[in-house]
Design a protein around this ligand. Sequence first.
Ligand code: CBF
Length: 835
Amino acid sequence: MLKQISKEHDSIVDDERTSNTVAALKQGILDNLFYVLGKRVEVSTDMDHFMALAYTVRDRILARWLTTREDYAKNNVRTVYYLSAEFLMGPYLASNILNLGIDDVIRQAAGELDLDLNHLIGQESEPGLGNGGLGRLAACYLDSLATLGVPAMGYGIRYEFGMFHQAIRDGWQVELTDYWLRYGNPWEIRRPQACVEVGFGGHTQSWADSFGEYKVLWTPDEVVKGVPFDTPIVGYRSGVANTLRLWRSEANESFYFDRFNSGDYEGAVGAKIFAENISKVLYPNDEEIRGKELRLQQQYFFTSCSLQDMIRRHETTGHSLENFHEQCAVQLNDTHPSIGVAELMRLLVDIHGFGWDKAWDITSHTFNYTNHTLLPEALERWSLPMFQSLLPRHLEIIYEINSRFLSLVRTKFPNDEARVARMSIIDEHGERYVRMAYLACVGSGHINGVAKLHTELLKSDVLRDFYELWPEKFINVTNGVTPRRWLAVANPEQSELMTSKIGHDWIGDLDQLSKLERYAEDSAFRSEWQGVQRAVKVRLAQYIAAKTGISVDPSSMFDAQVKRIHEYKRQHLNVLYILTQYYRQKKDPTLEISPRTFLFGGKAAPGYFMAKLIIKLITSVAEVINSDPEVNQHLKVVFLPDYNVTFGQLVYPAADLSEQISTAGKEASGTGNMKFAMNGALTIGTLDGANIEIRDAVGHENFFLFGLTAAEVVARKAAGYHPHQIYESNGALREVIDGIASGRFSRGDGSLFRPLVDGLLNSDPYLLFADYQTYVDCQDRVCKTYRDQEAWSKMSIYNAARMGQFSSDRSIRDYCKDIWNITRFEIGAGLPASK
Ligand code: CBF
């Protein structure tokens, strides 16, 4: 009976209340405004209208969300679980509307209610639950998984405060708290019935049971509750909505009230604070993350919640845990969730009574590990005493994993104790540490890098010993980005033009863009392309003026470097070039240079002094150049504060030139490089990360290459690198460095940039000086090319047309085929697109 009613209700829901007619959408907005938000039209605000619209869109997602889940359960599918401490999703509204295919009707419905859809879209505060590339990649992958109809779920943390907001005061970065939940989050649903418990600290006891089996009981000191919040992830016209499940930590009532009832009020409050702190705030990527206990708590918290949840789901769909690894493919997004290897062992052995060997067989066939960095300081390791006090049982398990693993190493490489010490999960040199990347390697079936060069460097350098032991585990999956958000949503002008020529299939199949190639030689098309580019630049110029008060000329070249601020990304190399141009122009005001606007955006980790000083350098140089009438007709420098996904959607489409100038061998992949090129920007870059593959794809003649290769960087350092000699022998460089050191760009304060200047002169670890001259020469070629707008547009069209392989759909297909062993996509394909 209940079933019958529910069926009827479903059809009512689908056909009337949530149909996609303009009338139903209008009614939905008004109903949600009144019934959900409790507001009358006359007193409602922009934020209320956004909320009402968001609920109206969510109402249209629910049926497919539930159906997707039911279909997965019915079809007994193998599921991908993407574990990530960061999901930088960006605002949902525009992308959900696009993926549902209801853009036109929604726009009309909003218009008929006197609402401006773009303005409402602009009201959404973005969930900044990630630092940068890694978190944004996770978001692109969720979009592609749902689009391709791959049964998948994202698991992470619902941070109460996401990535800090960046204000610029007196040219310095200031961090402000991100209250992204201030007005509520219309997309998520709290699911308290599915909460789980997670323990911390305490002690273990072991004994042999009546069958002589070794047993361990872990009694934690603290137990917290993980409460899931689910957000639907809508596939692009696939009929599928997967789930992003984020965990919030809350006090476990029994623990909390026990203490309270026994009069231990302080203990009770302490337990509550301990619990709530765990999901309180996202860690900004600091140079040094070691020693931060709360971060390990966060990692264990969300990983344990997620694994317990997977096991429950697996068992409730009638499966035995014996075949957990056949149904579940868990992807570790970097080392942050790698404690999962020990946790799954604990759950299987201690809680579900498996023997070690069977449990290891399941565990090591469940996990796969993606490495995202070559920087040694970013490879996580936890001090042993801290690990021991927080996760005593896990440390025992890691010791056991390590001892078995090292026996294997000894068998394969006899009499090589140096290798054994190098590969040990426990770092025994000096203070002892648990090396999380090694735990991930040992416990995973596959290990992948995120661009071809990166994977090769993992094999030859960072994880070389592991490659020599298990070459078959290593695989490359070059990153990709979703064309839905980064082209269709971000750049409607270019999208429309492309669609008018090649149809709209490219949105779901980016290889279709290659059909644009033939238009590169068509001058009428090129002039349309230029028109579009101009319109997008005007939009950004207006935004810059409103945000910073700086007026920039849309007909100047927009040269953009937006990404986290880091010495290896070399924003300061860009500054050295800007100052080179500045001095040239000052010396010869008649010099003909293409007018250029240098755009910077990005956040520095709060504890990373050099990165913050680089921001101060950019803003100081901007102050001098922008106010100098002798140069400001040609040069403008803008630091765009608080760079985030929303802002990226404005910048990528408007750039003419994309700066991808990291020291070769340092950037794992980069994904901004892909977003720029897809939107028609030309790249100036080194042979680093995915730049290499982008250059091969777009054509070497359509890419501005400079700088040392990764191998040359290593050789140069090995041969003894002397930046001071380069400074002495290069007059232009000397002039720039002396200018910075003299206080010319810091209101006469010669000490301000001293740490930066001294660092470059004395060690220059990221080889700015070595690459300086080739960079300047290459920039001069850029200027020359830009003067020929026809040639530039041609190159721009070739760039966009040849970026098909950098769609995250291709990356996800690679993961499915080479790592997750998922070959059929029948779920997504089997559903009607409109359901
Ligand atoms: O793989 C995604 C991105 O991850 C990083 O941002 C990271 O956090 N390790 C890398 O720095 C990028 O190169 C990479 O594209």
